[in-house]
Every structure is written in C-alpha cells, then in structure tokens.
Design a protein around this ligand. Structure first.
Ligand code: NAI
Length: 399
C-alpha cells in the first residue's frame, strides 16, 4: 500500500516503516559515536559503571526509546521495553513505536544484546506479572528502571475504573498565544479551568501511583538488583506555559510523580530520581496546547546558541553524567536531575519571551522554527526523509 502522512488534530494517523527504521538507526549511530567521545560536548560512556539490565516503561518512542538506545548501544545493556503500540495489518500501518521497537530489537540482536518488548498496558497488574516473569527467565534482575509513560488515560488495576487526564489550567480560565502547526498561523487559545475531579483524575493517570506500584511489584518479585535504581521523567518549563503546564492539571500530576520519588526511596529502599527533561517534540508533547509555539521558538533560540538537543542527546547526557555513577551528581535543591538546564538559562528564556511577544494573532509565526518542529514530528512517524520514496507501494507489515 502507499503509506503517506495523515494528520488529524495534531495527531499522526499513519507511520512509515522504513522511515521509523531510519529514525532509530540514526539515533543508534549518534549514540555509538557519542559513546566513544567522538561528539564534542558529550563525555565518553563509562562502561564500567553503566547499568547492565534495564527495564524501560514507555520505551517505544520519545524519551523512553532514547533511554533504551543509550542503555543498549552506549552501554551494551540488556533491555526490556513495556509500551502500548498497535500492530500493523495488511491495510493499516502500525503505530511508530511498534516499528521502532522492532528495529531496535533487530539491531540489538545483531550486536548480541538481549532485547524484548511487551506491548501491553503498563498500568495493569497482568502486564507487571508478565514483565516480572520475563525478567526472571532471562535477566534475573534489572539494575535500572526508567519510567517514561505518557498516557491520556489509565485503568485502575484494582477497581477497573478508567481515569482520564486533561490538560487544563487550575482556578481560572487561561488564554494564550498558540500556533496552528498545519498553517503556521498564530491564534489565541482559551482554556476553561479544570474541576476538582479532572485534577484528581489527571494525577491518577500521570502522577506517581503507577510508578510506585511497578517498583513495589518488581521488588516483591525479587527482580531488583541490590544496587538497582529508578528514574522518572518530569517537566517544569517557563512561566509562559505555567498556567497550562506546571500550574495546570499536568503540573499537579508531575508534582505527585516527583513526591513519589521519596516515597519509593523511603518505603521500598530503592533510590528513585526525577529527571526534569527539556521540552521536545514527541507524540505526547505535540498535543499540549500552547507548547508547539513555545517549542518552535525555543528550538530556534537554542539552535542559534548551539544549545539545542534532541531526545537522544538529552538522554545520552542524562545517562553519561548521572546514571553511570552510584548516585546522580547534579541535583537541584529539590533533589531533581535537571536536564532542562540549557532550556532554562535566563538568556534563553529572555529571548524566547521577546520573540513570543512579537507574535501577532492571525499572522504567520514570526521567528519560531516551526519547520524543525514539523520536521521532527514527521520523522517520529517515519516521514520527511529525502531519501525515502513515499510514492512506492510497500507492505506495512514488513520491517
Ligand atoms: P511519547 O508519547 O513519545 O512516549 C510515551 C510512551 O508511553 C510510549 O512508549 C507509549 O507506548 C507509552 N505508553 C503510553 N500509554 C501506555 C500504557 N498504558 N502502557 C504502556 N505504555 C504506554 O512521550 P514522551 O514525550 O517521550 O514522554 C515520556 C515522559 O517524558 C512523560 O512522562 C513526559 O511527561 C516526560 N517529558 C516529556 C517532555 C517533552 O517535551 N516531550 C519534556 C519533559 C518530560
């Protein structure tokens, strides 16, 4: 079939197998070079202290996939990924994470590394049991658990109740500039505040409860190595996006996730860390209102200063500077690892704000790098590569 880009409400409905393969191969190639110290600004990978058996929850796309690639292709780690992805059919493409996981596993196998994926709901107790069985059968234990899930809903494993997360402000309506990523036109976006139930449900989905359940289950299942640690990903961002992000429903969930790090450490005895990552285009972030305009301006400002990083560069820096030692060395006052350090530099934020204030509703975005935003979004789904022939008939099941 002809596999072409189809986007509805900022969500891509298709994925190209060859393009997804290309995306993963590029990230792997970059990682291999970085690990040898060949990329300026990135330290060689410390193999001696690198995690050897890594479980990535949400390891099929975005930050989770990049974490898995660094663990395996910089550190030779055995990896297990748990993620929800749609399989391909004769006339329907898979989701990009399905192709990406496949390609990752083919490449890992070529290098003699153990790599498996469980494509199932990470929030369920059954998936936790399956994962524990897989670890016991092949790895005995893991020494690092990455928690990188981004989901719009969660079924409570005890009660079966389905909770939905919303991206809304709290307390008062919020209106801000946004960009239509299709037309590039600036618009005004307004949001009604969330009610108490929506706040609670968002915390249920994106807060720390499931992270805690995972670490508890792995510990009770005897699957954690004596020096095992766990890391979950969070975001703070600038004042510009506070009402819809950090001070909104998702921010409340992230605060809960961050508090859960000390609950895990204190009650289960497993060192647990938060890594606050940079804003980047992923399947999850592209649907957050206001964020695409912020990201496209941020990209341009950071690119001009030679500070821009993508998922793989962020995760390489996280692993090579903070996860290949007994404990992370660069924690902020709240005990969090700050991979958003370059994004949050005062000079970067001042410039982003100045460019933000130049935008005019109804006009094309000024100064922002929407092309890179759209290119990155396309590439996550395997589109936009010059050397792939998108007019060629291919099978969505072949990878
Ligand atoms: P993503 O959409 O690329 O990845 C989400 C992952 O979660 C995928 O592997 C998906 O299959 C998996 N997933 C979703 N629901 C699942 C379920 N029920 N069971 C199993 N797997 C499931 O998103 P991204 O952006 O990489 O997000 C990962 C984490 O990083 C999130 O916690 C996000 O808040 C955080 N983060 C993202 C930033 C960004 O700008 N993209 C910035 C800072 C933190």
């Amino acid at each position: 079939m002809l596999i072409q880009k189809k986007i509805l409400h900022n969500v891509s409905l298709t994925a190209h197998p060859q393009g997804c393969a290309r995306y993963v191969h590029d990230e792997i190639a970059w990682t291999r070079r970085a690990a040898t110290g060949a990329i300026s600004g990135y330290v060689p990978y410390d193999m001696e202290h690198a995690p050897e058996r890594v479980l990535v929850l949400g390891g099929s796309t975005g930050y989770g996939m990049a974490s898995r690639i660094v663990a395996a292709f910089a550190g030779n780690a055995a990896t297990i990924n748990v993620s929800v992805e749609r399989q391909p059919a004769e006339k329907k493409t898979a989701t990009p994470g399905w192709y990406a996981s496949r390609v990752f596993e083919q490449e890992a196998q070529r290098q003699g590394l153990f790599a498996r994926s469980i494509h199932a709901d990470a929030f369920s107790s059954e998936t936790k049991r399956m994962t524990i069985d897989l670890i016991k059968e092949h790895l005995q234990t893991v020494d690092l658990v990455i928690y990188s899930l981004a989901s719009p809903f969660r079924t409570d494993p005890e009660t079966g109740t389905v909770y939905r997360s919303v991206l809304k402000p709290i307390g008062a309506p919020f209106s801000a500039l946004s960009v239509d990523t299709g037309t590039g036109i600036i618009e005004n976006a307004s949001f009604e505040p969330a009610d108490e139930l929506q706040i609670a449900e968002t915390i249920k989905v994106m807060g720390g409860e499931d992270w805690l359940l995972w670490i508890k289950a792995l510990k009770e299942g005897g699957c954690l190595a004596p020096k095992a640690k766990t890391v979950a990903y969070s975001y703070i961002g600038p004042h510009l996006t506070y009402p819809i992000y950090r001070e909104g429903t998702i921010g409340k969930a992230k605060e809960d996730l961050e508090r859960t790090a000390s609950v895990i450490a204190d009650t289960i005895g497993v060192p647990a860390y938060i890594s606050v990552n940079k804003a980047l285009v992923t399947r999850a972030s592209a649907v957050i209102p206001v964020v695409p305009l912020y990201i496209s301006i941020l990209y341009q400002v950071m690119e001009e200063r030679g500070l821009h990083e993508s998922c793989i560069e962020q995760m390489y820096r996280l692993f090579s500077t903070n996860l290949t030692s007994d404990a992370p060395t660069q924690l902020d006052a709240e005990g969090r690892i700050r991979m958003d350090d370059r994004e949050m530099l005062p000079e970067v934020q001042r410039e982003v704000e100045a460019r933000w204030n130049r935008q005019i509703v109804g006009q094309p975005a000024i100064d922002g790098d929407l092309r890179t935003f759209n290119r990155d979004y396309d590439r996550i789904h395997g589109f936009g590569y010059d050397d792939i022939d998108y007019t060629k008939d291919i099978s969505p099941t072949e990878i």
